[in-house]
Design a protein. Structure first.
Lengths: 232, 278
């Protein structure tokens, strides 16, 4: 056993134990760790986004466009044309538009003009809705429909059984969600078969969730045993 | 055994038993057998099939909350790529993950340097760090990687890094290795990059998201899939390594067996109660 002398490891170990103490019952140490986590995370994310997004992707290119100098090295930057003669990838002064839209989001803090922030939100929602829709159509709808159209007989017994089970599961699961007719007769049988397939998939999902959560516990115990207590 | 007593059992006893079942094998490993599944072998073979020296995009989209599952995958995949002399460009779309990813990559690189490998940051691998924007970043990278990442994780100008002089957009990469623990992650890379830019892709993900990604494997959109700690451990086995995931599998197996017993006991109890009522 070789207990760590690293202050960071000790803080992490104590925070882990404080959080795990909730399993016994709610207590002030758990609350302390929880509040520290929320506060530090919020601060960390703000600083991180400022230095890795706002500065390199917005402020630095604007400074470079309007001053003609690199903001870090102060060296003269060769650029053809003025600050608004941008191309794809070199947006130059046009970055003032996203800067303005970003700034408008903060109008939510002033009740009289908070409606202005909706312009920026509309832009964000529009772009993401478009990206999501086309991405889903290409990546899921078309590709998954293609992937589902499989020959039932593949020339090999077990892969053929697999393909048949897959097709039955696909069709009956879809029929379970067909609500325009009462689930009676053949449709009822198909829908009940579909439930079986759905239950199997929920069970698999639950099993994987258990594995995921246990992995987190294992990871914390590995940290406490190896990094903190030094037992290897 | 009086099953009715189980109904009134304080659940903290269950927490204690699970805790002991996890702790025990970590202190004294049992060496339970571990197989290798087809999706994991496909992942390994897909990475092995990348031409030596090719440039690979490795997007590590996670944060410390998923560390036990995804860090072992990142380590093993990065090592396999480095041993093939592939050049790796690393990105991260999760704000909390960039430091962890950089630390993980650098620890593997340092281990390999100690073994005699000649690895140079900027020439053999580059960590471009975190960028906000989720799918928008993925699409922007398609117009040029440096557009989205003007600086790397260490604040170097992307254009100044020797490796990045050979990287323009997705067409520069032989494969995308995505290690993901949720949104944005594998699903978004499949939708925005694999299907639009036709970049071959493999995925390592947390167990909780694995069932969602199996259809992508079946349709051929993913060339391989590592699901959770078990997937990471199987991958380590294929690579002949004994990392953190392999060490955790005994604990995982015992705790799973106990939880399965609890589920069976709970169902038996319910059937008996229903029988008594009727």
């Amino acid at each position: 056993m070789n207990i760590s002398h690293d202050l960071g490891v000790w803080i992490a170990a104590l925070m882990t134990l404080f959080i795990l103490s909730f399993l016994y019952k709610d207590n002030p140490l758990y609350k302390l760790a929880e509040h520290l986590f929320v506060g530090i995370s919020a601060g960390y994310y703000i600083v991180l986004n400022f230095w890795t997004v706002v500065m390199p992707n917005l402020v630095d290119p604007l400074v470079r466009s309007f001053t003609g100098r690199d903001p870090v090295t102060h060296a003269v930057v060769q650029q053809v044309g003025g600050p608004f003669q941008g191309t794809i990838g070199d947006y130059r002064g046009w970055l003032l538009i996203p800067a303005l839209l970003g700034a408008l989001l903060f109008t939510r803090m002033i009740s009289k003009i908070e409606w202005v922030s909706r312009w920026s939100l509309a832009m964000i929602i529009g772009v993401y809705a478009g990206l999501k829709t086309t991405g889903f159509a290409q990546g899921d709808l078309v590709a998954q429909a293609q992937g589902s159209l499989r020959p039932l007989w593949t020339g090999e017994l077990w892969s053929s059984v697999n393909a048949i089970v897959f097709t039955i599961g696909l069709v009956t699961s879809l029929l379970y969600f067909f609500y325009s007719r009462e689930h009676k007769g053949a449709l009822g049988v198909a829908a009940r078969t579909g439930i079986v397939f759905l239950m199997v998939s929920f069970g698999a999902g639950y099993g994987y969730t258990v594995m995921s959560r246990l992995s987190l516990l294992i990871g914390r115990f590995q940290f406490l045993i190896e990094d903190w207590l030094g037992i290897r | 055994m009086n099953l009715a007593a189980l109904e009134k059992l304080d659940r903290r006893w269950l927490f204690l038993i699970v805790g002991l079942l996890v702790l025990g094998p970590l202190l004294k490993p049992l060496g339970l057998p571990l197989g290798t599944s087809k999706p994991v072998k496909m992942f390994h073979d897909a990475v092995a099939g990348i031409p030596d020296g090719a440039i690979v995009l490795m997007s590590c989209d996670y944060d410390p909350g998923a560390k036990p599952e995804v860090v072992p995958m990142t380590r093993t995949a990065f090592r396999q790529l480095m041993e093939k002399r592939c050049r790796v460009v690393i990105t991260c779309l999760w704000p909390g993950g960039s430091s962890l990813v950089d630390q993980t990559i650098e620890s593997v690189a340092n281990e390999m340097r100690a073994e005699g490998h000649d690895l140079v940051y900027g020439r053999d691998y580059v960590d471009l760090g975190y960028k906000a924007g989720y799918e928008a970043v993925m699409v922007l990278m398609g117009k040029g990687i440096a557009n989205a990442f003007p600086q790397d994780q260490r604040a170097n100008s992307t254009a100044s890094l020797p490796l990045m002089r050979n990287v323009r957009d997705y067409s520069s990469f032989a494969m995308l290795v995505n290690i993901s623990s949720g949104y944005p992650g594998t699903k978004e890379w499949v939708q925005q990059v694999n299907s639009r830019f036709h970049l071959p892709m493999v995925s390592g993900c947390t167990a909780v998201s694995a069932p969602e990604y199996y259809p992508y494997l079946q349709s051929g959109q993913l060339k391989g899939l590592l699901g959770g700690m078990a997937g990471a451990a199987e991958y380590e086995k294929l690579r002949g390594e004994k990392g953190a995931a392999t060490k955790g599998m005994d604990a995982q197996s015992l705790a799973h067996a106990f939880i399965a017993l609890c589920i069976i006991a709970g169902n038996v109890l319910q059937w008996r109660k229903r029988g008594a009522r009727s």
